[in-house]
Write a protein that binds this ligand. Sequence first.
Ligand code: AMP
Ligand code: FE
Ligand code: FE
Ligand code: ZN
Length: 287
Amino acid sequence: MAVDLHTHTIHSDGTLTPADLVKKAKKMQLSAIAITDHDSVSANDEAIISGTEYGVCVIPGVELSIAHDLPGSGHMHLLGYFIDYNNLPLKKTLQYLRNERIHRMEKISACLRELGISITMEEIIQFAAGGSLGRPHVAALLVRKKYVSTMREAFQHYLKKGAPAYVKKVKLNAQEAIQLIKNAGGIVLIAHPISLNFPVYKDIGTEILKLKKIGLDGIELYHPAHNPYFTHWLQNFAEQNDLLISGGSDFHGAVKPENKLGSGNGNLTVDDQVYYDLVAYHKKKNN
Ligand code: AMP
Ligand code: FE
Ligand code: FE
Ligand code: ZN
């Protein structure tokens, strides 16, 4: 059977509730999923309860954006798996990051208004329905309000790094994020390493090894943004450097229909052995 270890819900910038996500996973015949909302762990409880009901294993997780000097549109995201989502320092830090996302969104919406777009914070907050506020929420709203015809266009014209309504996000550094997840009993993997954006794969490897020195446990090997050459290279790299592997579709629901649950862009399959290896590793570490 297959698994999908990178998914988002309405608790961040996805469009499904945790229960509906689990239901969909069951329908897609997935045996396990990981919930990896941006800066939020509040979907995990409902997902785990639904998982028990539907017979889908659920890894409680989170995805964090990391402050790091990277070329061009490069960005570093870390995934935390098997976290104790009631851990107080973790909850407090995530609350802080979500508050900062609100401040950032106030700036983004002000920039958009200056560009002549009619958009308010109230609309954005209502649209996000309690999820940690992200650019996909504004992008989807701009589509709905017919200022652009696609989310992609919203990012291109307004929201991507360098565009007129781009505002930087407050982020933890790698050391802080790794410690936060580890102190909450979790393990840490780097999400979609291709997004580090170094033109040469070897330089991505160098960055990963630096993270390993400060506690990184593994890498997300299978991801829709990874081409077959990179996946092949990364698999060898993981084997040579004793790094755990994971993979998932980065499912967001309707805001990113091209990332299909369980199959990504259509070619992605993550064998359930990947899940079992992660479980075994986490168990061994916490014994
Ligand atoms: P934020 O956390 O607010 O910075 O938003 C990050 C989210 O925006 C991620 O889920 C990305 O998938 C999405 N995103 C970033 N850049 C683009 C882009 N150029 N086109 C579409 N989605 C994007
Ligand atoms: Fe997202
Ligand atoms: Fe990500
Ligand atoms: Zn993600």
